[in-house]
Design a protein around this ligand. Structure first.
Ligand code: SF4
Length: 228
């Protein structure tokens, strides 16, 4: 409907431990044939607030749902193939990082979060303080305390994080650039886009109303109906 109304439409997908990557590939087939303009994708790791919420409110074990770094690399093994099959919004350098092909460090200051309390430090996922201006956030946050450098977590809460708001700007800004990155990124973002998959009609998609409980309850959607 959004496409019919003329909007640019993008989807965002978070991958969890339980996520079946074959199913994600079928979803991208389906979405690409619907004419969706592009996708972002990111690993779901056990960030502080989510972990606490899952333990206290839902009485569930975070380790059953969230990805470690090793699991993320394993889940994203096909991402480089997908880059040629589907239109992703992002940078090939970040996707190489997710696939374990190269290392990046976090630059959370480049995609900050601002909420009603102010500019959140250090990032969207962790809250160690708020500042009234972006300049204060930049100047008063000890950025050297955060992120993972050479496989060592400078803060234990960062240990499994590979999320795009922390690492994508490192790729985008070329902070750890390697030869060929700029051309690769320009080609990826401005070159010809992959064609529609042509396999979407084979996908059994649930097109009814969601229970709203998401993956946390372990509930399954009603039996799938064939997409028309
Ligand atoms: S690695 Fe960066 S983005 Fe991830 S939780 Fe730590 S500070 Fe935030």
């Amino acid at each position: 409907m959004a496409k019919v109304l003329g909007y640019q439409v993008a989807t965002n997908t978070t991958i969890y431990k339980e996520t079946d990557m074959q199913e994600i590939e079928r979803m991208f087939d389906y979405l690409s044939d619907l004419g969706v303009d592009g996708h972002t994708i990111t690993p779901g790791y056990d960030y502080d607030a989510a972990k606490r919420d899952m333990t206290k409110r839902l009485n569930l074990r975070p380790e059953d749902f969230f990805l470690t770094r090793a699991m993320t690399v394993q889940k994203f093994q096909k991402i480089e193939n997908w880059m040629n099959q589907y239109t992703f919004f992002g940078t090939p350098v970040y996707f190489e990082f997710l696939a374990g092909k190269r290392d990046l460090t976090c630059s959370a200051w480049a995609i900050p979060t601002r909420n009603i309390r102010g500019w959140k430090a250090p990032c969207y996922l962790m809250t160690d303080g708020h500042f009234s201006t972006y300049a204060e956030l930049l100047e008063q946050t000890d950025w050297d305390r955060y992120g993972v450098v050479n496989s060592v977590a400078r803060d234990s809460r960062c240990e499994n994080c590979m999320v795009h708001c922390g690492y994508e700007p490192t790729a985008t800004l070329g902070l750890q650039a390697q030869r060929g990155d700029t051309w690769k990124t320009i080609k990826f973002n401005f070159g010809a886009k992959p064609r529609a998959a042509g396999r979407g009609s084979e996908v059994l998609a649930y097109n009814g109303v969601s229970s709203g409980n998401g993956h946390l309850t372990g509930k399954r959607a009603e039996p799938a109906v064939k997409a028309s």
